[in-house]
Design a protein around this ligand. Structure first.
Ligand code: PSU
Ligand code: MN
Length: 307
């Protein structure tokens, strides 16, 4: 059976035809990760950063049941304000198509659609992981298993301590997913530059990361790569401040019985409230920073493939 092609924007279509540099972007961060209007401003600013660094942005979402790669300005605006939008991981896409739903795509769904479109590099803020208490709840994000079966390099700022970082790194190891930190030995913890854990590997340039991607795929590994890019120093939060806030939010979710796919959006929103917007500010800066690195990787990778 032949695979379905998502609908590509004219700009993405052209870049693909010319072997140009493209960066995929997810949309759950818009629909469930940030409040309006910061979500829209961020989405537009991240696309601008990708362009400034020589690549074409491809924001991915489901619009009225249609799988879309590359959105127009007014579509981003609608998505950012839409109410009752679905949060779709890879397994939810088929039903969203049948029901004509509009959905923000998580990292897992975005990776899948990027691969169908032929896009190999993807920038986001944070990926999902193994939740704290997963030994009881089994709550492990599908982002991790998708990384274990889809050939996309995902640039993130590490993993928030809403998650169990040690177990998340273990899971990625099991899934044959290299974890490469950019310019540091440390695996970053999203709002902070260090998590207390080391990344498996350190590479210092976008070109080296692109080469690693190239070899990883040539080895027929069939898996993705996780590129961990620490938040810029000036935007980072102090661990004392943010760790307490995160612990409060996690406790509250537990007390209120919030779990499954509502858990991550709840924690993000609550951390934003409790930090009086400080977490959101940091979040915006780190996504822009990731878009910059992903675009540079995409330029280097496109050049490598052209040989
Ligand atoms: N972490 C963030 N911001 C986000 C998400 C995670 O800091 O927006 C979103 C991403 O779309 C990610 C998804 O793929 O949450 C993971 O959800 P879950 O934990 O339910 O798998
Ligand atoms: Mn989950």
């Amino acid at each position: 059976m032949s695979l379905l092609k998502p609908k590509l924007s004219p700009e993405v279509l052209e870049a693909l035809a010319n072997g140009g540099a493209i960066v995929a972007l997810e949309s759950t961060i818009i629909t469930h990760g940030m409040p309006y209007p910061a979500n829209l401003e961020t989405a537009l600013s991240v696309e601008a950063v990708v362009r400034e660094n020589g690549a074409v942005p491809a924001t991915i979402a489901v619009i009225d049941g249609e799988l879309r790669v590359g959105l127009e300005h007014d579509e981003l605006e609608k998505l950012a304000q839409a109410k009752g939008v679905v949060k779709a991981s890879g397994r939810d896409l088929a039903v969203a198509m049948v029901r004509g739903q509009t959905a923000g795509t998580t990292v897992s769904a975005t990776m899948l659609l990027a691969e169908l479109a032929g896009i190999e590099i993807f920038a986001t803020g944070g990926v999902g992981g193994v939740h704290r208490g997963a030994e009881q709840t089994f709550d492990i994000s599908a982002d991790l298993t998708e990384l274990g079966r889809t050939r996309t390099a995902v640039v993130c700022a590490g993993v928030k301590s809403i998650l169990d970082i040690a177990k998340t790194l273990e899971y990625l190891e099991t899934q044959r997913v290299p974890v490469i930190a950019y310019g540091t030995e440390d695996f970053p913890a999203f709002f902070t530059r260090q998590s207390g854990y080391k990344a498996d590997h350190r590479l210092d340039t976008a070109e080296e990361i692109a080469s690693a991607m190239h070899f990883h795929h040539q080895l027929g590994t069939g898996t993705g790569l996780l590129i961990a890019n620490p938040i810029p120093e000036e935007a980072a939060l102090t661990p004392d401040f943010i760790d307490g806030t995160i612990a409060d939010a996690v406790r509250e979710a537990d007390e209120r019985g919030i779990g499954r796919k509502e858990l991550t959006p709840f924690l993000l929103a609550r951390i934003n409230e409790l930090s009086k917007g400080e977490s959101l500010k940091a979040n915006i800066e780190l996504v822009r920073n990731n878009a910059r690195l992903a675009a540079k990787m995409a330029v280097a990778y496109a050049a490598l493939k052209k040989g």
